[in-house]
Design a protein around this ligand. Structure first.
Ligand code: ADP
Length: 163
């Protein structure tokens, strides 16, 4: 059974991400979640915070993965380091397709033996993103149907700190 990595920013992790993790675990029996440190992308939480929040969210939802890691540099190099043959990505409505297609072809060029696997999100999460969650929370809205309690708590703390 091939091993997989599910990479992303996870800033922070949402029920949409967790839905993809659960779907991926039906296909792969060894899945790691990889938190990208990409310095070019501005994030609300540091890589270490995103890792900790992801671990707590997985625990709250009783979802087990092999490991949550942070990585910098090329995803294909990280996949190689952790012996992952497959890269899992989630697809929402239609907004993700072009970007994911480009990334998958680039990664295939860089690492021909690594295959990208795309999983469709559940309909209820198809418009959910970390950005929307942050925006709604920052404006005082209820995000209880978008993220586990621990994520909502950490967002509340973060925005309080910034005020
Ligand atoms: P990135 O910056 O790498 O796109 P994200 O954390 O935004 O990181 O997303 C990581 C992966 O999870 C991507 O494949 C993205 O399409 C997918 N994803 C994000 N939100 C959802 C969702 N609501 N449903 C399904 N997949 C999602």
């Amino acid at each position: 059974m091939p091993k997989a990595i599910y990479p992303g920013s996870f800033d922070p992790i949402t029920y949409g991400h967790l839905d993809i993790v659960e779907r991926a675990e039906k296909i792969f029996d060894d899945l790691i979640v990889g938190i990208a440190e990409n310095p070019g992308k501005e994030t609300l939480f540091s890589p270490e915070e995103r890792k900790e929040i992801a671990e707590l969210a997985l625990e709250e939802e009783s979802i087990e993965v092999s490991e949550v890691i942070t990585f910098s540099g090329l995803l294909v190099d990280c996949a190689k380091k952790y012996n992952r043959e497959s890269i899992v990505r989630g697809l929402r409505a239609n907004s993700d397709f072009e970007y994911e297609f480009q990334m998958a072809l680039t990664n295939r060029d860089l690492a021909p033996n690594t295959e990208s696997v795309f999983l469709m999100t559940a309909g209820e999460y198809s418009f959910l993103s970390s950005s929307i969650v942050k925006e709604v929370k920052n404006l005082g809205g209820d995000i209880g149907s978008f993220v586990p309690n621990v994520v909502e708590k950490r967002l509340a703390e973060k925005f309080d700190l910034q005020e």
